[in-house]
Ligand binder design. Structure first.
Ligand code: PLP
Length: 387
């Protein structure tokens, strides 16, 4: 019966990123620098709120968009942190992580054959969702532009089928942050074009130096933008699965239907944990961010000393050094480094073909772990450089 399966689903592959991560489970001696999740624990007051929800039997379905208190908290959070202005009753949906928020956004706006502009190298989650929506991912190579999106790049790829542009700000895998001027240039370019923007801002709380600006706050952009955020990274809550969407009511109304038929509502227990995070825990990310920043500087310095050219990241917890001078493709490099160097990084081609020639290193690890991993990496690179 296999021939009867959906071709769309069969054509989607489990990303290299996940395969690589699973493969590392068989190599316990390897120092793993691949994981894209915080090494911190969920703050204690949030865990308590989750436990209390269970003890008080807050364990039934909620309103499909989420408990109103939480939507109000998400609305306040967006306003206080980023100047976003969204009505909790009609413009916010609480989702099962940013992942589900992305899925309902794509499925609401895309049709068979629509094109979606993806700035590459790119987080692998989008491609599959776009394809499953019947649409076509269009990868734009940002590497000649310091991994940024520019009007020139958009002009090269936009067609009359383009329905949507995705921005990941700050970016996974490069850590690059688009600043206000750069976002304004993008906004000016698309202003007279009928395309939506999905801005994935899951790392917005983890930015270093430059002030984070949400694309949805730019003049004339609110009406066409879906801003996605969540608590996985900011509050070390990956397993709680809480995300949220900020979008004008005409979009939210439609997205809410997709969300409802997909999942009814986000986990009720998690919603109460999230309520704590977005009220008393509104600044929980600051301490973690300060620690990530320390690790970032250390990792950057180590990579530079190894002779690996790396864009200095301004957000998230990744670095994306070039290994082009080593004359090896990034997959072979990563496999060899596991076998011989006993350290794991993600090959750049896991983030589309435009990531070839790079590797992704996560610095969401303790300093001790990073030091050990980078020492091994340095020894491995010195060895292959001398061959
Ligand atoms: C850019 C980006 N968007 C979305 C997600 C998914 O986040 P969530 O755990 O909220 O589903 C990730 C997770 O790594 C990510 O890196």
């Amino acid at each position: 019966m296999e021939f009867l399966l959906s071709k769309k689903v069969k054509n989607v592959e489990i990303p290299t990123l996940r395969k690589f991560f699973n493969m590392l489970a068989d190599y316990p001696e390897v120092i793993n620098l691949t994981v894209g999740l915080p090494d911190f624990l969920t703050p204690a007051h949030i865990k308590e709120a989750g436990k209390e929800a269970i003890d008080h039997n807050k364990t039934t379905y909620t309103n499909q968009a989420g408990i109103l208190e939480l939507r109000k908290a998400a609305s306040d959070y967006g306003r206080i942190k980023y100047g976003l202005d969204y009505d909790p009753q009609s413009e916010i949906i609480i989702t099962n992580g940013a992942s589900e928020a992305l899925d309902i956004s794509f499925r609401t706006i895309l049709e068979e054959g629509s094109e979606v502009l993806l700035p590459a190298p790119v987080y692998p989650g989008y491609e599959a969702l776009v394809t499953l929506s019947g649409a076509v991912p269009v990868f734009m190579d940002t590497s000649p532009y310091d991994f940024k999106v520019t009007p020139e790049l958009l002009e090269k790829h936009i067609t009359d089928k383009t329905r949507c542009l995705v921005l990941t700000n700050p970016s996974n895998p490069t850590g690059v942050l688009l600043n206000e001027e750069e976002l304004k240039d993008i906004a000016a370019y698309i202003e007279d074009k009928d395309i939506f923007v999905i801005t994935d801002e899951i790392y917005s709380e983890l930015t270093y130096g430059n002030h984070f600006v949400s694309f949805a706050t730019l003049p004339h952009m609110r009406d066409r933008t879906i801003a996605i955020n969540g608590l996985s990274k900011s509050h070390a809550m990956t397993g709680w699965r809480v995300g949220f969407t900020y979008a004008p009511s005409y979009l939210t109304e439609q997205m809410e239907k997709v969300h409802y038929f997909n999942t009814v509502c986000a986990s009720t227990i998690s919603q109460y944990g999230a309520l704590k995070a977005l009220t008393d825990g509104i600044d929980d990310a600051i301490e973690m961010k300060n620690e990530y920043e320390r690790r970032k500087e250390y990792t950057y310095m180590r990579l530079r000393d190894m002779g690996l050219e790396t864009v200095h990241p301004e957000g998230a917890f990744y670095m994306f050094p070039s290994i082009k001078h080593l004359k090896m493709n990034s997959y072979d490099f990563a496999v060899k480094m596991i076998d011989e160097g006993k350290v794991g990084v993600v090959p750049g081609n896991a983030f589309s073909k435009f990531g070839e020639g790079y590797v992704r290193i996560s610095y969401a690890y303790s300093m001790e772990h990073l030091e050990k991993g980078l020492d091994r990496m340095e020894a491995f690179i010195t060895k292959i450089d001398n061959r």
